[in-house]
Design a protein around this ligand. Structure first.
Ligand SMILES: Nc1ncnc2c1ncn2[C@@H]1O[C@H](COP(=O)(O)OP(=O)(O)OP(=O)(O)O)[C@@H](O)[C@H]1O
Length: 312
């Protein structure tokens, strides 16, 4: 074999195979990190997420199943519903961190907050065009893009329909395939319904872990669909069944707040002080008025309350 063709072959291997892999060892590349596994995601969810046995199960199966599917028929669409401070954003962060090193800061993960990115109803046409361009551009650059839409219940009705074509069972839309993308919608819509079920279980003396997805899902999709405040208001996403999974987040109890406070203490490098844990948890407010079972703010604000006890 002449040296020239050998040299060319070697150059081809270097540039086409070896270099990209070496490059991706030192910087983040499209297509998820090597260490992604069902076990790693399960370990993260088990160690970090409190009081959400249903969300854990659905997210673990849905995400690991989707990622390991070489040829999905449509993008993965998850709709996370529940009370404030129960872990919806937190879970989105865990998912993003399991798929990309950069997590929510990854170039391939995009977070939209309705009140921040789409504040004015009068600009809805502009928002629709921008959103479609943004999604199309990013999925063209990386098929495994993740889009997180927070505060769906504050999203102008119909804006979310602008992305319907990307979520549907199409091989390609204008030459771009969205089938490996992930869309995560976060909403408080349906929180009342979820709380009703959780309260019924509590009042009948059952463990919250006995609540099954079937107790939640039908009412959840209907309440999200019929909730005038929900971005899904009569959205074709639901009536076209483009949402793969409705993920209910249960209201958190006193014991879960204590877990959040302990995690925060450790995160700040403090020894766990159970007196302070109890004092901070006791400052939080609970509902309903009589039984005071569930935290009004979930695990939110416990962290700032800690400042008071360590503000020396
Ligand atoms: N179930 C949980 N397990 C562990 N930590 C939690 C849980 N829920 C909330 N937290 C803690 O509280 C913080 C705020 O929660 P998060 O932002 O996920 O709430 P949310 O459900 O998205 O609320 P909202 O609907 O108001 O946006 C999280 O970053 C996390 O530190």
């Amino acid at each position: 074999v002449e040296p020239i063709s050998l040299g060319l072959a070697l150059a081809g291997v270097l540039t086409g195979y070896i270099y990209p892999r070496l490059y991706c060892l030192f910087t983040e590349c499209c297509g998820q990190k090597r260490s992604l596994s069902r076990e790693a995601l399960q370990k993260d969810l088990d160690s970090k997420l409190f009081g959400q046995h249903l969300a854990k199960k659905v997210i673990l199966n849905a995400v690991s199943g989707f990622i390991s599917n070489p040829k999905p028929k449509k993008p993965l669409t998850l709709s996370l519903h529940g009370w404030t401070g129960t872990g919806k954003n937190f879970v989105s962060k865990i998912i993003a961190e399991n798929i990309y090193e950069g997590g929510l800061n990854s170039d391939y993960v995009h977070l939209f907050v309705a009140t921040l990115h789409f504040p004015h109803a009068s600009n809805i046409t502009l928002y629709k065009d921008q959103l479609q361009l943004w999604i199309r551009g990013n999925v063209s650059a990386c098929g495994r893009s993740i889009f997180i839409f927070d505060e769906m219940d504050k999203m102008h009705a119909g804006l979310i329909d602008a992305i319907k074509p990307f979520l549907d069972y199409y091989d390609h839309v204008d030459g771009v395939s969205y089938q490996k993308a992930i869309f995560i919608f976060l909403s408080n819509a349906g929180a009342e319904r979820i709380t009703d079920v959780a309260l019924d279980f509590w009042r009948s003396g059952k463990q919250r872990e006995e609540i099954k997805l079937k107790d939640m899902e039908p009412a959840l999709s209907v309440s999200a669909f019929n909730n005038k405040n929900s971005g899904f208001w009569h959205s074709s996403l639901i009536d076209r069944n483009l949402i793969d999974y409705f993920v209910p987040f249960l209201p958190l109890e006193y014991k879960h707040l204590k877990m959040c406070i302990r995690v925060e203490m450790q995160a700040r490098g403090f020894e766990i002080d159970e007196d302070i844990v109890t004092k901070v948890a006791d400052e939080m407010t609970f509902f309903p008025k009589e039984e005071r079972v569930f935290s009004d703010k979930g695990c939110k604000t416990v962290f700032t309350k800690l400042d008071y006890y360590y503000d020396d």
